[in-house]
Ligand binder design. Structure first.
Ligand code: FDA
Length: 305
């Protein structure tokens, strides 16, 4: 219930203005967001690299209907990729892109063009791009843009949300050689007509999708903090003869850092999703919605504890 309210608030302009304006909010946000500037993002990336963790970096921003804002977001990614080039991360340093932030709702062709610019900048670093998945109305468009991007940049990846009824079929379609698929449970508020609502159903759907990807020929990116899903991944890897280098785990910046380091220490590739930038509101609210304990943490910090 609280989670649903927070997801509704994540889309409310009024709540956004009051929460963002609160002076102490920033301190709390820093648990989940690496910073506002490219320099702060770069410093966080270096710390993670030194802890043997790979990264996927997200320039924070949500849906825009403004062509100039879309262009600025694409330019911000190019600037970021240039700034981290000297770190020589190769495929251990990719970026994550929300197509709605580069104009998907305004003009799909424009979003494709911007995504191509970002893919080209990533390729010049020896790196790549993964497309985040947003609400269910964007899935067909995102998969269509993915197909076009992969013609020139075959390693471009995509997130698939297990809670959507359609996702098992999408996993089947994507479980081919060279295909990078990040499997997530799903973070948006979706209607019962398109998505599982109960957590137990979402978890079962996650396992079904995971099985399809692990049995397939692609490169599964298992994005979860859930120990049961991690254990099932290891069992499936064993069953389908997968080795440490042909799949990876992913977790969010600031969440279960100890687990991230332990998995990396055991030889797994662990990639941390690193968000940075000043448009952190929607991302931050989705993290609160996932875990009521985070709301208590937020309130305690606002109270100065
Ligand atoms: P679940 O929510 O069941 O949590 C399992 C356990 O993990 C919890 O019991 C708790 O211990 C810990 N945990 C989970 N969330 C936490 C939090 N916020 N704070 C503290 N502890 C927490 N979604 C989407 O719709 N589109 C996308 O593109 C992406 N991309 C993405 C990338 C990466 C790398 C990750 C890890 C996740 C996403 N997500 C996403 C978010 C995803 O859909 C989902 O909402 C979260 O990962 C939470 O689900 P879990 O699988 O962690 O399980």
């Amino acid at each position: 219930m609280l989670g649903q309210l927070l997801l509704a608030a994540s889309r409310s302009g009024v709540v956004r203005r009051s929460v963002s304006g609160f002076p102490l909010t920033k301190r709390v946000v820093r648990r989940f967001v690496a910073g506002e500037s490219v320099q702060e993002a770069r410093a966080a990336i270096e710390r993670l690299r030194d802890a043997n963790l790979a990264v996927t970096v997200d320039h924070l921003g949500e849906e825009t209907l403004d062509a100039k804002a879309a262009e600025e977001t694409a330019a911000a990614y190019v600037t970021l990729l240039r700034a981290v080039e000297p770190l020589d991360l190769g495929t251990r340093g990719e970026v994550s892109v929300k197509l709605s932030a580069v104009g998907q709702r305004l003009d799909e062709a424009m979003a494709l063009e911007h995504a191509r610019e970002i893919c080209a900048a990533a390729a010049s670093n020896g790196s790549t791009v993964t497309l985040d998945m947003e609400d269910h109305t964007t899935v067909d468009s995102t998969l269509s843009i993915l197909r076009k991007l992969r013609e020139d940049h075959p390693s471009t990846g995509v997130a698939i949300q297990a809670y959507l009824f359609r996702s098992e079929q999408d996993c089947r379609d994507l479980a081919a050689e060279g295909s990078r698929v990040r499997l997530v449970k799903g973070a948006y508020r979706e209607p019962a007509s398109v998505a599982h609502q109960a957590k137990a159903e979402v978890d079962k759907a996650y396992v079904r999708c995971l099985r399809i990807l692990m049995e397939g020929k692609g490169y599964p990116m298992v994005a979860t903090h859930d120990d049961r899903m991690i254990a099932i991944t290891e069992l499936l890897a064993d069953r389908f003869g997968r080795t440490l280098g042909d799949h990876e785990f992913q977790m969010l910046y600031g969440i279960r850092t100890d687990r991230q380091e332990a998995l990396a220490g055991a030889g797994h590739t662990v990639r941390v999703y690193v968000p940075y930038g000043d448009d952190w509101y929607g991302y931050f609210m989705r993290r609160l919605a996932e875990r009521p304990a985070n709301v208590a943490f937020f309130l305690r910090a606002l109270g100065g504890k």
